[in-house]
Design a protein around this ligand. Sequence first.
Ligand SMILES: Cc1cc2nc3c(=O)[nH]c(=O)nc-3n(C[C@H](O)[C@H](O)[C@H](O)COP(=O)(O)O)c2cc1C
Length: 191
Amino acid sequence: MRVVTLAGSPRFPSRSSALLEYVRERLNAQEVEVCHWHLQNFAPEDLIYARFDSPALQTFIEQLKESDGLIVATPVYKAAYAGALKALLDLLPERALEGKVVLPLATGGTVAHMLAVDYALKPVLSALKAQEILYGVFADDTQVLDYQHKPSLTPNLQMRLDNALETFWQALHRREIQAPDFHRPQGIAHA
Ligand SMILES: Cc1cc2nc3c(=O)[nH]c(=O)nc-3n(C[C@H](O)[C@H](O)[C@H](O)COP(=O)(O)O)c2cc1C
């Protein structure tokens, strides 16, 4: 199994990327190959000026193509997801998420905006032809106890992330069973 994680905050370290770090540790324990990306891997000018030939972008697209799933994390900005993340998503090919299972994660200052992922991010993931977009995890800032050093999350948030990962895991396996040949990336043998 190969999974891409994408930290969509313009800031690093950040609360939303702390969620991803937790998730990555869990995936590594299950011997999932994780390719981690964050916005800082891309030159800001490439995103702002829509440079489709950006080498980092090309590598990202390639790794996405060869993955089984994507876990994307974003902060809530102005009742939606981060604009810098949108600048990156805008540069992806139309069917970039075809056949992929996607798990969205978000952090925000107020639970009043916990649906931002549903009404703002999910339609874009769907436009990129994601096969299955799972119910996401939203954390308000009080649940991320530390993100500057080693990430520390409340037990409740850890439990919700564990549950979401379990669902993600099952969806990845379902996907393999349903259409093994269509979905298997070229050059990657079955485990
Ligand atoms: C420019 C900006 C806009 C924000 N807008 C919202 C908002 O509309 N709703 C909300 O709940 N939190 C909002 N926040 C708070 C962030 O979503 C929250 O602190 C988040 O955890 C930051 O994640 P990060 O550390 O990964 O960037 C905003 C923060 C910033 C810097």
